[in-house]
Design a binder for this molecule. Structure first.
Ligand code: A2P
Length: 279
């Protein structure tokens, strides 16, 4: 699998396996085992997904060498602040049965709509990630769901700039302003829900294109992310879909078709906006 390269030189395998809502032990075991056989080597989880223990066990059982894998996790919103983040990280490591992470992210920013001290809270959490990075317990650090005002405030106090911002990104919700800002600051954008949680399968232009290229709409979405320089994290628990979502080397979306997707009506975000979430 090809790689994106972060600003610190760390290589990130181009397609990651999303694991949100996969929290049944047997299902996680089957999914991880199948994904590793197919060739996935990048797994994206988070403390709040409540599956880190199962993923850790499944990786151990697979016998795949830890060094061949790229594992991401995220500190949850209730654990913001320096000391709590440090504790949360140790639990994540323990649950995943590993002694380092490849990437650790702040899951959601504290926002001005909810916290008077939001900027300080994000800074404290971030300083914990910086220290974990300096201690070489993580190979890279970043954020998730940060909009420009959160990033600008963080960059004022950061000693190490975020290397990644993981956001919702699919043809129906493109967040170009965040993408442009992150690209200008050399932060890799990772796309959560690159299939729009399935909503993209009903978009006529994408159905049309899938027929034209002889692929599925899911493959169009994954390839469209990659061609826009964005790392997709499609989630599936079904072997044939896992295979399909990673099998996108055999075609290229033309510039004209990229333009069509990049201009689609924006109508299908999850509605989880960082300044509005109540979790
Ligand atoms: P399942 O896990 O049953 O395969 P997203 O990654 O945008 O959040 O979308 C995930 C949703 O899309 C899940 O409901 C997943 O269901 C479904 N899904 C993932 N890959 C495919 C695919 N190739 N074809 C159809 N549905 C898919």
């Amino acid at each position: 699998m090809d790689n994106f390269i972060l600003q610190n030189g760390v290589k990130v395998p181009c397609i990651g396996l999303g694991t949100w809502e996969n929290r049944d032990e047997q299902s996680v075991a089957d999914t991880i085992s199948e994904a590793l056989k197919i060739g996935y080597c990048h797994i994206d989880t988070a403390a709040v997904y409540a599956n880190e223990q199962f993923i850790g066990k499944a990786i151990k059982n697979s016998g795949v060498d830890r060094s061949k894998l790229f594992i991401t996790s995220k500190v949850w919103n209730t654990e913001r602040g320096y000391a709590k983040t440090m504790r949360a990280f140790e639990k994540t490591l323990n649950d995943l049965q590993t002694d380092y992470l490849d990437l650790y992210l702040v899951h959601w920013p504290a926002s001005p709509s909810k916290y008077d001290n939001w900027a300080e809270l994000n800074a404290e959490t971030w300083h914990a990630l910086e220290d974990l990075y300096k201690m070489q317990k993580v190979r890279a650090i970043g954020v998730s769901n940060f909009w420009i005002h959160h990033l600008e405030a963080l960059l004022k106090v950061a000693n190490i700039a975020p290397m990644v911002n993981q956001i919702e990104y699919h043809p129906g919700y493109r967040q170009n302003y965040v993408v442009d800002y992150c690209k200008a600051h050399n932060m890799l954008i990772e796309a959560w829900s690159p299939l729009g949680r399935g909503k993209m399968f009903a978009v006529p232009e994408l159905i049309e294109m899938s027929k034209k290229y002889g692929v599925t709409v899911a493959q169009i979405c994954v390839k469209w992310c990659l061609q826009n320089g964005i790392l997709p994290l499609p989630k599936s628990t079904k072997p044939e879909r896992l295979k399909e979502n990673a099998d996108v080397d055999g075609f290229t979306i033309s510039a004209a078709d990229m333009q069509i997707i990049n201009s689609l009506q924006l109508a299908s975000s999850s509605g989880q906006f960082p300044d509005e979430i109540d979790f």
